[in-house]
Design a protein around this ligand. Structure first.
Ligand code: AMP
Ligand code: TRP
Length: 330
């Protein structure tokens, strides 16, 4: 069975973008793959987080993973800091990464250009920790949204370098980017990604938003004056985003969605989109309510930790031995 691994960084409440771009796909993948999914809580603190709020984001994220259908009996679900080997391998890999490579990371460059305050060293080096998260488990595939593709490519370069410098140690993973749902945009600013760290939440649908809030947000989504339902992200980014959301929620092709709604007025189309989102999220919210205060959360993380750490310990020992960090006799 091929292995797949991905992480989510819950530095805010999870959004429809996280669901359509990541979680929903993980649930299907667990049928076919040995799936590893973890909460990247170390990645969260690369930008300061209020501790009480962070704790609640983390807990909600685990509950939402389960509510979306990830099955702890099938997938390995764990918290990054429950496996401290990640941080240690991260440091080792940072010693096999060049400054020039990190300087080229688009996410870093964008942040450095727009950041009013100072960026932390952790933010700068986080792609090497992400490489450790991945390479630790030798996955074949890493499903991510397209904003993370560059980091997975860097991971491949680091792995190849390490394998050449020492000897074959890491499997070289492939990034896996979905066609629909890969990049859900903000409803209010449809040229920007829908992101949980947006300052204004007008354009962001959270997985736990009430139906009336969802409808309100979709109704006020930015559109255009073309008065036609076309998939044309360049000229009609708002409408195209709504089409993409429907396609991803209902597992349909873009063409199929356009064919259904081509004669709709924008208002009616938005209402239809809102209903589809509500129908998608209502069952998830109901399961979330059952899970959030149950023992399933802790049980899941315990089980995940045990399995992940078993693999991580062996991998880290192997890496340290190859580098010459160990003093023990063979
Ligand atoms: P993040 O919220 O940036 O930690 O992302 C967690 C996962 O969800 C990653 O695989 C992202 O690429 C994916 N993701 C986040 N926001 C979106 C979005 N607006 N559209 C599609 N995928 C997204
Ligand atoms: N950096 C990813 C993000 O911001 C989260 C992440 C951390 C991740 N480690 C990972 C994703 C390993 C895939 C594999 O979304």
């Amino acid at each position: 069975m091929k292995r797949m691994l991905s992480g989510i960084k819950p530095s805010g409440e999870l959004t429809l973008g996280n669901y359509l771009g990541a979680l929903k796909r993980f649930v299907t993948y667990q049928e076919e793959y040995d799936m590893f999914v973890f909460i990247a809580n170390l990645h969260c603190i690369t930008i300061y987080q209020d501790p009480t709020q962070l704790k609640s984001y983390l807990k909600n994220a685990v509950a939402l993973y389960l509510a979306c259908g990830l099955d702890p009996d099938r997938s390995t679900i764990f918290l990054q800091t429950d496996v401290p080997e990640h941080a240690q391998l991260g440091f080792i890999l940072s010693c096999n990464t060049y400054l020039g490579e990190l300087n080229r990371m688009t996410q870093y460059k964008d942040k450095a250009a727009s950041s009013e305050g100072a960026l932390s060293v952790g933010f700068y080096t986080y792609p090497t920790l992400m490489a450790a998260d991945i390479l630790m488990y030798d996955p074949d595939f890493v499903p991510v949204g397209d904003d993370q593709k560059q980091h997975v490519e860097l991971t491949r370069d680091i792995a190849e370098r390490f394998n050449n410098r020492y000897s074959p140690t890491f499997n070289i993973p492939e990034p896996l980017i979905a066609k629909t749902g890969a990049r859900i945009m903000s409803l209010s600013e449809p040229t920007k990604k829908m992101s949980k760290s947006d300052v204004s939440d007008k354009g962001v649908i959270y997985l736990l938003d009430e139906p009336n809030i969802i409808r309100k947000k979709v109704r006020s989504a930015t559109t255009d004056s073309c008065a036609a339902i076309n998939f044309d992200p360049q000229n009609q980014p708002g409408i195209s985003n709504l089409i993409q959301i429907v396609a991803a929620c209902q597992d349909r092709s873009i063409e199929d969605v356009v064919a259904t709604y081509k004669d709709y007025q924008y208002g009616a189309f938005k209402d239809a989109v809102a209903t589809i989102i509500i129908d998608t999220l209502t069952p998830i919210q109901a399961r979330y309510k059952e899970i959030i205060n149950s023992e399933l959360l802790e049980q899941t993380l315990m089980k995940g930790k045990e399995k992940a750490q078993h693999i991580a310990r062996r991998k880290l020992e192997k890496v340290q031995r190859k580098i010459g960090l160990e003093i023990k006799k063979k």
